[in-house]
Design a protein around this ligand. Structure first.
Ligand SMILES: O=C(O)CCC(=O)C(=O)O
Ligand SMILES: [Fe+2]
Length: 338
C-alpha cells in the first residue's frame, strides 16, 4: 500500500475522475497528496518564510500571544500525545479566522503577519472547500454537507485552524525511545491539508487502519515524501463520523531524525478544516447520534487531556509500546459513544 498522489489539473473537466480517486484514497488509506493544486508555490514559500521569521523571535515575544483553551496562539514543548505520554519536540502557532482577539502578533514584532497569514488561510480554505465538495458528491450527499461548517470564515464560529509548526533541530541531542516530533495520533477535524518543505521528512502514516486499533502500534508505517509542491491531505475523525465511517481517519506521526539523516529543524504548516460550532455532524445512515461541531471539539480535547495525563503517568515507568498496547484507543466519536 502507498499514499496516492492525486493531480487536480483541469479540475472542472476531470471532476468525476478526481472524485473517484479521492474516494478510493480516503476509504482505503485515509491519506493522499495533491499535485497541481493551484496554490502558487511562491505563496506557499511566503507562508513558510513567515513561519520561520515568527519562530526566530525570542520566546518572550512569542509568549505575548499564548495558546488559549480554544486552539489559538503559541505553545512550545507542551503537547503531550495520548500515544506517548511525552511532549512533542516542537513549538507551534495556531491561527484562526475568528476568536483571535489579542492573539495576532503585532506589526512591530513581525510586519504584516496577519495579512500574510490570512491570505494563505483563505487560499487553503478555498481549495479545501473544493475537495470537501467532492467528498459530499462521492458519498451522494448535498454538495455543502461538509463545507457549510467551514465557509463564511468571518462569522465568528468558524473553528478552522492554520497551525505553523517548528520541530526543533536535534543537532547534538539524544533522546530516549519514547520521544517524537509528533507522537502517533489521528486528527479530529474534517480534512487536514499539510504543507512540507523539500527534504524535511519524518511524517509517517499507518494506512487503512481498522476502525479500532491501538495507536497503530505494531502495524506498517509508510513514510510520506516531503515536497513543497504537494499538499498532504488526511481525513479527520469528524469526517469519518459524518460519513458513517466510510472515509477513514488514519493514524500518523512524525519521527525524530535517525542515523545519518539531517538533524536540522523541520517546518510544516497544517490547515485543519473543522465543522463550525453549530453545524450538526451526522451521517446519512445515522450510524451515530447527532453532535454539534462545538461539542465534538470540546469532547475531543477533554478526552485527549485525560488520556495524556493518564499515559504520562504510566509512561514514566514503562516503554511507550507496552503502555499503548494496553490502552484501547478508538476514534473520538466511538469514544464518545462508548
Ligand atoms: O508536521 C507534520 O508533518 C504533521 C503534523 C500533524 O500531524 C498535526 O499537527 O496534526
Ligand atoms: Fe495530525
Amino acid at each position: 500500500m502507498s499514499v496516492p498522489t492525486i493531480s487536480l489539473h483541469d479540475f472542472d473537466v476531470r471532476r468525476q475522475e478526481i472524485i473517484n480517486e479521492l474516494m478510493d484514497a480516503s476509504m482505503n488509506v485515509g491519506f493522499f497528496t495533491l499535485s497541481n493544486h493551484g496554490i502558487p508555490l511562491e505563496d506557499v514559500q511566503a507562508a513558510f518564510d513567515l513561519s520561520r521569521d515568527f519562530f526566530a523571535l525570542p520566546d518572550e515575544v512569542k509568549s505575548k500571544t499564548p495558546l488559549n483553551g480554544k486552539n489559538a496562539g503559541w505553545e512550545k514543548n507542551t503537547q503531550v500525545r495520548p500515544s506517548t505520554g511525552t511532549a512533542d519536540q516542537k513549538e507551534s502557532m495556531q491561527l484562526q479566522f475568528a476568536r483571535m482577539d489579542g492573539l495576532w502578533p503585532s506589526d512591530e514584532d513581525i510586519p504584516a503577519f496577519r495579512a500574510i497569514a490570512e491570505k494563505f488561510m483563505h487560499q487553503v480554505r478555498d481549495l479545501s472547500v473544493k475537495v470537501m465538495e467532492c467528498f459530499a458528491e462521492g458519498l451522494g450527499l448535498p454538495l455543502d454537507t461538509f463545507t457549510q461548517g467551514t465557509v463564511d470564515p468571518g462569522v465568528g464560529d468558524s473553528q478552522d485552524v492554520l497551525r505553523l509548526l517548528h520541530y526543533h533541530s536535534t543537532e547534538g541531542k539524544t533522546f530516549g525511545p519514547n520521544f517524537w516530533r509528533a507522537g502517533a495520533h489521528a486528527d479530529f477535524d474534517v480534512l487536514t491539508m499539510l504543507f512540507q518543505r523539500d527534504g524535511e521528512g519524518g511524517l509517517e502514516v499507518c494506512p487503512g487502519r481498522k476502525v479500532v486499533g491501538d495507536f497503530g502500534m505494531g502495524q506498517e508505517w509508510l513514510p510520506v515524501e516531503a515536497r513543497l509542491d504537494r499538499i498532504v491531505c488526511n481525513i479527520g475523525d469528524q469526517l469519518m463520523r459524518w460519513s458513517d465511517d466510510r472515509l477513514k481517519s488514519t493514524y500518523h506521526r512524525v519521527r525524530l531524525p535517525e542515523g545519518e539523516e539531517r538533524r536540522g529543524p523541520r517546518y510544516s504548516i497544517a490547515f485543519f478544516n473543522q465543522a463550525r460550532t453549530d453545524s450538526i455532524i451526522q451521517g446519512p445512515q445515522k450510524k451515530y447520534p447527532p453532535i454539534t461541531g462545538g461539542q465534538f471539539i470540546a469532547d475531543a480535547m477533554a478526552k485527549n487531556r485525560m488520556q495524556s495525563a493518564e499515559i504520562a503517568k504510566l509512561a514514566a515507568k514503562e516503554s511507550a509500546e507496552e503502555v499503548a498496547s494496553r490502552i484501547h484507543f478508538v476514534p473520538q466519536h466511538l469514544q464518545a459513544a462508548a
